[in-house]
Design a binder for this molecule. Structure first.
Ligand SMILES: *Cc1c(COP(=O)(O)O)cnc(C)c1O
Length: 372
């Protein structure tokens, strides 16, 4: 059945099947556009489009009308460029390391300037070339990660020569707590952003990430920067996710067994069967991005039945208790659900004590990837 609907890209055999629904990705992008209009939505495609393959993801977003793409590192911008329209704008969130300015300017890639040093390097290059060069200016509104301080922003506002070679496309900042709607940090950062904006009244704002988009239009600015919401993650805790799931993961059974009470299971015998149990060993482990913190905590699903992970997650396998399924239901080569209708990406991340972002960007290279 699969050959028609899916393009098989890699690994077959005992690997799990990672399905990436590109039509859901497109729907999520259009949904975000509608939510923020008249502001526009960019797409954050850093870290290989959150692990989903930028070469597959970016053309879909481009075809849906996205013309603004954010990556974190300059090398990612080079990787992205062939996969988007010629007129698409590519921004580098971390800005440039010294020595890459000339190449970046020649290729028309737009750096985010986060420090006075990055401003100076870009401005000098512009003057040396006798042209204005595009950039975004980032301000630190309270995350203490990237961006200019208020004192530095005041300096730039008072000495226009420091920026006279720079075509500032947007002023931007990033929210530290947008996934927690009730956090007072959101309002504090919005207030700080307004102060920065007063220093640069002629410039448009680029502010909200996925979470910020759902916290109200005062956080939007003119251009929003969603990442995780595009890929089906939950943007913030106030709402049930309005995004369509993009990723599903099924993994195969490689062995089943029945064990008597007292049997030690997995590394270090960390789990001991209290009574007779039926177990299945699955061909997936921490090398595939299922964190070891799921040991004795997470679960997979079959026919909607929860199958708890027992004992330690190994590198290439893990063991689940299948006693709640009818005997004989699972056999060699059958697949069970790790991410899908019964267990969302967020559920899995919560069991692992992490966030959906880390799960997505860790999903391994051994899976058979299918793009729908
Ligand atoms: C990663 C990132 C985003 C996207 O954040 P999501 O929470 O995935 O929407 C936006 N802006 C900046 C500066 C980022 O680093």
């Amino acid at each position: 059945m699969d050959a028609q609907r899916f393009k098989v890209s890699a690994n077959v055999g005992s690997a799990g099947r990672l399905t990436i629904d590109l039509s859901a990705l497109r729907a999520n992008y259009l949904r975000l556009c509608a939510t923020v209009a008249p502001a526009r939505a960019a797409a954050v495609v850093k870290a290989n489009a959150y692990g989903l393959d930028v070469a597959r993801v970016a053309p879909v977003l481009d075809a849906a009308g996205c013309r603004d793409f954010f990556v974190a590192q300059y090398g990612e911008a080079l990787e992205l460029k062939p996969h988007v329209s010629a007129e698409a704008r590519i921004y580098v969130l971390n800005g440039l390391l010294p020595g890459f300015e000339g190449d970046c300017a020649t290729r028309g890639i737009v750096p985010v300037l986060n420090s006075l040093e990055q401003v100076e390097n870009w401005n000098e290059l512009a003057k040396a070339r006798g042209q204005k060069l595009p950039a975004l200016l980032q301000f630190d509104t309270g995350m203490s990660r990237l961006g200019l301080s208020m004192a530095e922003a005041v300096l730039l506002a008072q000495q226009p020569s420091l920026l006279d070679g720079v075509d500032v496309r947007y002023i931007m900042s990033h929210l530290a707590s947008a996934d927690e709607a009730e956090s007072p940090q959101n309002a504090a950062q919005a207030a700080a952003m307004r102060e920065f904006a007063e220093l640069f009244p002629d410039h448009q704002l680029c502010f909200a990430n996925s979470g910020g988009i759902f916290l109200g239009s005062d956080l939007h600015g003119a251009l929003v920067r969603p990442g995780i919401a595009l890929y089906g993650g939950r943007p913030t805790d106030v709402i049930d996710t309005p995004m369509q799931p993009v990723v599903s993961l099924d993994v195969p059974v490689v062995q089943t067994r029945t064990v008597p009470a007292g049997t030690l299971v997995g590394y270090s015998g960390a789990y001991v069967a209290k009574e007779e149990r039926r177990l299945a060993t699955l061909s997936v482990g921490y090398a595939d991005g299922l964190p070891r913190s799921l040991s004795d905590r997470g679960a997979v699903y079959c026919d909607g039945v929860r199958l708890p992970i027992v004992g330690r997650v190994s590198m290439d396998s893990l063991i689940v208790d299948i006693s709640d399924l009818p005997a004989g239901r699972l056999k060699l080569g059958d697949h069970v659900e790790v991410i899908g209708p019964h267990q969302s990406l967020e559920d899995l991340a919560a069991d692992a004590g992490t966030i959906s972002y880390e799960i997505l960007t860790s999903l391994g290279r051994r899976f058979q990837r299918r793009y729908r």
